[in-house]
Ligand binder design. Structure first.
Ligand SMILES: Nc1ncnc2c1ncn2[C@@H]1O[C@H](COP(=O)(O)OP(=O)(O)OP(=O)(O)O)[C@@H](O)[C@H]1O
Ligand SMILES: [K+]
Ligand SMILES: [Mg+2]
Length: 676
């Protein structure tokens, strides 16, 4: 699904939506939307009265009744069309995805041999080999090898990505293609539970459930409908007492004008379109609830490396401490990095070569590699001769050396701080109890970060940068990027602690992550955005996955969530204000002839009672399709606090909602009055 396909509201989608509008007339389906169900029931009653005027004693009103019936029918169809149109794009996308889900053959490893079986027979835990040119038969983790993979089937991005065993880039998705080399993959899902299956269900809306917010709003709409139903039903006997005979179609027209049909007709379209906006942004949200939660976020937890900074932290200088030479620092830094596959580790070896240094390769033969861990904040190697070589965060290495009775060189802190105060990351290099020097890791803040954080602040969102780096580097980057707060030397569990602390204070928290050790925090956060490049554990714990693996996207996701909530609020305000205005169009018209004094309320000066009722009803119907573009696109959004937003929206959509019907109904009446 490329961007073009995703954005296009093709003629095909519109045609399908028109057909679906009729299919959705089925009362069983309609019942899920109580406001529109009431309209449909009214439509049916008026239809009966039009068809059998003799039976209902409504002869002589045939033309009027037919007009009411048609307008009501279109009101329901317009509401159905809004929903069908919002669903259309997702369904089209699902069709495209289903096409990529053709049967794939898998090379399953059984003992020492390989058997070719259809991918549908693969089970969790199976091992498969995928070679150049082949499709990956299911979701899994690379357990051996390295390959570049074309993931355009799911991300729309054609540049291949590297997948390799171990670390944070080991997860692969079924339906993507290996473009070079060969990997061995352990399947992590049973059939039908794959990422593509999940994506299809999501975009198709198969598992769509009303969100708590939607349910609350629906309850309000149902209550309003009930109140007006009682008002209208009791109106007839009262009018009767005054000697006014109110026809049933007139009462139904009045009821439909008063109940919140505008928002009732557009509510689900707004929700679906909000989800769709997130999807078109290449983020898979597991539920509408997650998108809404994003709109209510108070606190955002961000990584430093890779989110606020570019994250390609590169070794840029070796610095000696005490009496050591730069050459020995370079040598030991390289030895500690021979098997360190992190970008930082690789960059140390590159810098060593660039500076013209080398290390004795035979010395590391048979050595034991010590992998980098966020908990230890060190990596290195244990040599066969017993020497232990480490590099890592300065405080971590200092503690390690001190524990072995070593002395800390006097100039270490000062040299480390010099790097940190420039926003760089100092790594200390040590062998057993002796510290040789520092590696200067350089990273840069992404451009435009300050503006983004300014926007978040205007929305009333607090940003906290959590980093494993030292306090000085953290402070420098925090200042440069403009985050509100930071936590340095943080271990993975510290992230959960921050999230829990904020949540205990009643805040909703968002965070991004990609590693297995981020998974608990992603699950704890109200909005957890995992990177598609990340581990399966992270993706399963999160409630959103970014297919482009851009952690700073969380900022846009929050904006989309806010826009969804705002659109719903704005259109609810508009709808209710609208209905109040319609009251003033219809009530005076209904009583005008019997009670001439009512004419003072006929502020609009409408032609005749019949044309007033029809005009109000026509306005009530056409406002739905007129607002579909707004419901689908979302109201224009400018970062500001919730309080400011509320007053702004009340002004625009509340006042607008009162004025629009007066103007609209008057204009329609001028045309309708020509006939009625
Ligand atoms: N490959 C490595 N070998 C040794 N030490 C490392 C390596 N990578 C990072 N470190 C050190 O460990 C610290 C913690 O790393 P970690 O990846 O947990 O956090 P970070 O990348 O600094 O920040 P963030 O949490 O924002 O990504 C780093 O600040 C650095 O001092
Ligand atoms: K209405
Ligand atoms: Mg990191």
């Amino acid at each position: 699904m490329n961007t073009k396909q995703k954005n296009m509201l093709s003629a095909e989608i519109v045609k399908k939506a028109i057909m679906d509008s009729f299919i959705k007339l089925n009362p069983v389906v309609m019942m899920k939307n109580p406001v529109m169900f009431v309209v449909e029931a009214g439509t049916f009653v008026v239809l009966l009265m039009t068809l059998f005027p003799g039976y209902f004693g409504t002869q002589g009103r045939g033309g009027f009744n037919l007009a009411v019936f048609l307008i009501l029918l279109f009101t329901v169809l317009f509401a159905n069309f809004a929903e069908a149109l919002a669903e259309g794009r997702g369904k089209a996308q699902a069709d495209t995805l289903k096409k990529t889900k053709k049967e794939i053959m898998a090379n399953k490893v059984i003992g020492n041999s390989v058997k070719v079986i259809p991918s549908t027979e693969l089970r969790k835990g199976d091992i498969v080999i995928v070679s150049q040119g082949e499709m990956i038969p299911g979701d899994g983790e690379v357990i051996e090898g390295l390959a570049s993979v074309d993931e355009s089937a799911i991300t729309g991005e054609s540049a291949p990505v590297i997948k390799e065993a171990g670390g944070d880039f080991s997860s692969v998705t079924g339906g993507t293609r290996v473009v070079s080399d060969q990997i061995t993959v352990r399947i992590t899902n049973d059939p039908g539970e794959s990422f593509i299956d999940c994506m299809i269900a999501l975009v198709e809306g198969a598992k769509r459930q009303k969100t708590p917010n939607e349910i609350a709003l629906n309850t309000l709409l149902v209550s309003l409908t009930l109140i007006f139903l009682i008002v209208v039903v009791t109106l007839a006997p009262m009018a009767d007492y005054l000697g006014i005979k109110l026809e049933i179609p007139v009462l139904i027209a009045l009821l439909v004008c008063l109940i919140p049909t505008t928002i009732g007709g557009l509510l689900s379209a707004i929700g679906i379109a909000g989800m769709d906006r997130v999807t078109r942004f290449n983020v898979m949200a597991m539920s509408g609830k997650a998108v809404e939660a994003a709109g209510d976020i108070d606190t955002m937890i961000l990584d430093k490396t890779g989110t606020i900074t570019f994250g390609n932290r590169m070794a840029s200088e070796f610095i000696a401490v005490g009496d050591e030479s730069v050459e020995t620092v370079a040598e030991w830094a390289a030895v500690s990095s021979v098997k360190d596959e992190t970008p930082e580790g690789r960059s140390v070896l590159e810098l060593m070569k660039k500076e013209g240094y080398s290390y004795p390769a035979n010395a590391v033969e048979g050595a034991e590699f010590i992998e980098f861990k966020a908990e230890t904040r060190m990596s290195g190697i244990d040599l066969p001769d017993g020497r232990k070589v480490r590099k890592g965060a300065v405080d971590a290495v200092k503690a390690w050396v001190s524990a072995k009775g070593g002395v800390i060189p006097a100039d270490l802190d000062q040299k480390g701080n010099a790097i940190a105060s420039e926003g760089g990351t100092p790594l200390a290099v040590a062998v057993d109890n002796r510290i040789y020097g520092l590696i200067y890791l350089k990273d840069t803040v992404k451009p435009g970060m300050r503006e983004r954080f300014d926007q978040l602040r205007k929305m009333g969102i607090k940003t906290i940068m959590c980093t494993g780096d030292n306090p000085l580097t953290a402070a420098t980057i925090a200042r440069e990027a403009g985050v509100d707060d930071f936590i340095a030397e943080s271990k993975p569990e510290d992230k959960i602690a921050v999230i829990k602390r904020e949540q205990a204070a009643g805040k909703l928290v968002a965070m991004t992550g990609d590693g297995t050790n981020d998974a608990p925090a992603l699950a704890q956060a109200d909005v957890g955005l995992a990177m598609n490049s990340g581990t399966t554990a992270a993706k399963e714990a999160a409630n959103m996955v970014d297919l482009d693996s851009d952690p700073s996207k969380i900022i846009e996701v929050v904006a989309i969530g806010k826009q969804l909530l705002m659109t719903r609020g704005a259109l609810t305000t508009f709808s209710v204000a609208n209905d109040i205005a319609k009251y003033f169009a219809i009530i005076p018209a209904m009583f005008m002839q019997a009670i001439p004094e009512m004419n003072v309320l006929n502020v609009m000066g409408l032609g005749s009672p019949m044309s007033a009722i029809l005009s109000a009803l026509v306005f009530n119907a056409i406002i739905i399709p007129l607002l579909i573009p707004l419901a689908m696109k979302g109201v224009a959004y400018k970062p500001m606090s919730s309080a400011q937003l509320l007053s702004r929206n009340l002004l625009i959509y509340g006042l607008g909602g009162v004025i629009a019907p007066f103007v609209g109904i008057k204009l329609i009446d001028m045309v309708v009055h020509l006939w009625v």
